[in-house]
Design a protein around this ligand. Structure first.
Ligand code: SF4
Length: 73
């Protein structure tokens, strides 16, 4: 894995689009903000098309820094 989707929770409006469209990757946390819990739960294309590109506030982006990627291992 060289990159993973990241939700800027400060911007998330909890609309549920990413969670509904790509449930293998995104879920709601205890504050009802979306988060990526499994970057390998869907293809990069699905994540891009069905979550990143449809988020109404554009708060999902790819991250490739080690600190973030290691948080899933
Ligand atoms: S699509 Fe965007 S605003 Fe909606 S729940 Fe997901 S991250 Fe939050």
């Amino acid at each position: 894995m060289t990159k993973a989707p990241w939700v800027n929770k400060d911007e998330c409006i909890s609309c549920g689009m990413c969670v509904d469209n790509v449930p293998g990757v995104f879920r709601f946390d205890d504050d009802n903000k979306a988060e990526c819990y499994n970057p390998n739960g869907a293809s990069e294309e699905e994540i891009q098309n069905d979550a990143i590109d449809v988020c109404p506030v554009s708060c999902i982006s790819w991250r490739s820094d080690d600190e973030y990627l290691k948080s899933f291992s």
